[in-house]
Write a protein that binds this ligand. Structure first.
Ligand code: ZN
Length: 245
């Protein structure tokens, strides 16, 4: 018998236990601080060297790349290792699913990754730590080493579109899966949030794990309001048992 495909949409709530705040959600840090929001808005970032210098300083100081996966990331990696077909569609840019052991090919990063930088001219990707080391060494707005272009994190800034290829793959997974778990996402930031609706429209069993109500709660078969760090591992243990036995 073929095992059901489990799609997991993970939002900021999955990484808060790792010390990473919700930056881009409707009530996220960026939205509540217009000065900070400029640092992650494409037009300001590209148009103002001072914004870029502040953005590089901020990236250096937050140390987000030092965060460790938490119980939720580990439980998802465990689910995959147990032989259950899993795809993770994440709104997070922290790379913690992969760090927890989820194979990179099974993770779609809807908003890109903060672990790489990309040149806005020649599109070369290089590791973020390399760019941060240059900032540390005194370059306050390090340009692309290949072409001199402006470097930005490989994340989707405000004012940028999601990668249509990534979004297309995510939609295909939402349509194909039998179980769709939305965890730690307010399901209010589109188009990622709409994937829950796409999955439900195509007959998937929808499970929502989130502290606050979401617009998709009434379409869910199960809504869990408990803290993610304990609720998700418990939920996934149950699911593993159901699928593998
Ligand atoms: Zn370049």
């Amino acid at each position: 018998m073929t095992k059901p495909l489990v799609a997991v949409l993970s939002g900021a709530g999955v990484s808060t236990d790792s010390g990473i705040p919700d930056y881009r959600g409707p009530n996220g840090l960026w939205r509540s601080d217009p000065g900070a929001e400029k640092l992650v808005t494409y037009a300001y970032y590209m148009g103002d060297p001072e914004i870029r210098r502040r953005a590089w300083r901020m990236r250096r100081e937050t140390g987000a790349l030092r965060a460790e996966p938490n119980a939720a990331h580990l439980a998802l990696a465990e689910l995959e290792k147990s032989g259950v077909p899993v795809r993770v569609l994440t709104q997070n840019v922290d790379g913690l699913h992969q760090l927890a052991g989820m194979p990179a090919r099974k993770v779609l990063e809807l908003h890109g990754t903060a672990r790489a930088v990309v040149c806005t001219v020649c599109h070369e990707r290089t590791p973020m730590p390399e760019a941060l080391a240059r900032v540390e060494a005194g370059e306050d707005d390090p340009p692309c080493r290949r072409c001199g272009g402006i470097l930005k994190p490989a994340t989707v800034l405000f004012g940028e579109h999601l990668d249509p290829v990534v979004l297309g793959e995510a939609a295909a997974i939402a349509k194909a899966c039998q179980i769709f778990i939305a965890v730690g996402s307010s399901l209010q930031v589109h188009p990622a949030a709409g994937l829950a609706g796409v999955a439900a429209d195509h007959g998937a069993r929808l499970v929502i794990v989130n502290a606050e109500p979401t617009p998709y709660d009434d379409r869910a078969e199960e809504v869990v309001r408990e803290p993610i760090g304990t609720a998700l591992p418990a939920l996934l243990r149950g699911l593993t048992h159901e699928i593998n036995h």
